[in-house]
Design a protein around this ligand. Sequence first.
Ligand code: ZN
Ligand code: FE
Length: 252
Amino acid sequence: MKIEIIKCLNDNYSYLIFEEETNIVSIIDPSEFVSCDRVIQKYKKLDYILNTHHHADHVDGNIELKKKYNSKIIGYHNDKDRIPGIDILLKDGQIQKIGNLVFKTIFIPGHTKGHIAFHFKDKKIIFTGDTLFSLGCGRVFEGTHLDMFNSLNKLKMLPLETKVYCGHEYTKSNLDFCLKYDPNNLSLKEKLIKVNSKIKSNLPTIPTTIGEELKTNIFLRPDDSEIRKVLNLKNSSNQEVFSKLRDLKDIF
Ligand code: ZN
Ligand code: FE
């Protein structure tokens, strides 16, 4: 499984997946036709388009790519009216194959009502769209804070070594936010050095891993006593701490 990271628009990432054994080419969340097609042309085909959710910056390449390559578009069944050109409808927990690659759909609402992640368990890789970012989480647009909290808790259960490919390069500003409310976290300070050097070299800070996120991503750590102290929420529930952080990030 070869993954190519494709920079799109201002800060979006689309991902091309090449499965070498059966020569199957897929793309996750094609934000725009031109940037994606430039990479797809090397492979001369595009078998599948996978969408994590319906937002324009994740589906705008769908129709033109489908037209050019006769691709099949895969997305969440309840979003069949919002994902342009959708062909294959997925349900929560469904196992799907693209060539010899197997992935499971994990339903993670909150950012939108129909957001899903694609988990390639054998390869220890997950594509999380706009739900889990490196050092952050997506804005809650259609769902509730509780939806997002529950969705992140699902992702927290994945094996620590799982590589996370998310929909945007938001890592630097997420990191600044994490440091503001978790200033003494040594793992976060280590991450700062890594992230800065990647950004300086104009390289993606993606992928991260579930293990790294558990140590650094403030939205996955509402039980942490240091964060609670800074927020003055010592006796609140994890969900309340999470909601507070999400509200603070909205105005950060
Ligand atoms: Zn989105
Ligand atoms: Fe997005």
